[in-house]
Write a protein that binds this ligand. Sequence first.
Ligand SMILES: [Fe+2]
Ligand SMILES: [Fe+2]
Length: 187
Amino acid sequence: MKKQMVTTKRSLTLETEERLNQQILLEGKSSAYYLSMASWCDTKGYSTSSDFLYRHSEEERQHMLKLFGYVNDAGGHALQPEITGIPHDFKSLREIFELILEHEIEVTKSINELVDHCFSIKDFTTFHFLQWYVIEQREEETLSRRALELFDIIGEDGVGLWTIDQEIGNLENFIQKSGPGNMDAPN
Ligand SMILES: [Fe+2]
Ligand SMILES: [Fe+2]
């Protein structure tokens, strides 16, 4: 079915298309994961973290859609990913940012493997397209690490958690000032 829908007159290989669809699934998962975290924060009164995570969820959806555009423009078929198994409950605000860092490291590995694959088969068009994600992952890992540092620096006692929640809202500014890229949605 899928093979009938794609033309053979293209440079994108079926294997690369499948790998890009796997990345679509992962970006979709990130979006769903952060949406679930945003909602949990909302119910616990961490309103700044909640807003931050709603925005982050939307950004992950944009990462996914950017891949949709690339795959279809290259003559492939971007597949709407099926996403299940997203947790709804979390132990603490700190756990959320620990899970985000872990997840982002997994996404970085996935992007690196995809980039490596494209280089090895000399698909330099897709290789070039993926550089945006390489830089984005560096920023996302830094952002998660900075968030976790807040827990150590400020401490969670007394008004600590309230202060940490407030500071989470300033993290995107920090990243924009500290790096050449930014957290804007891809265009
Ligand atoms: Fe992403
Ligand atoms: Fe991400």
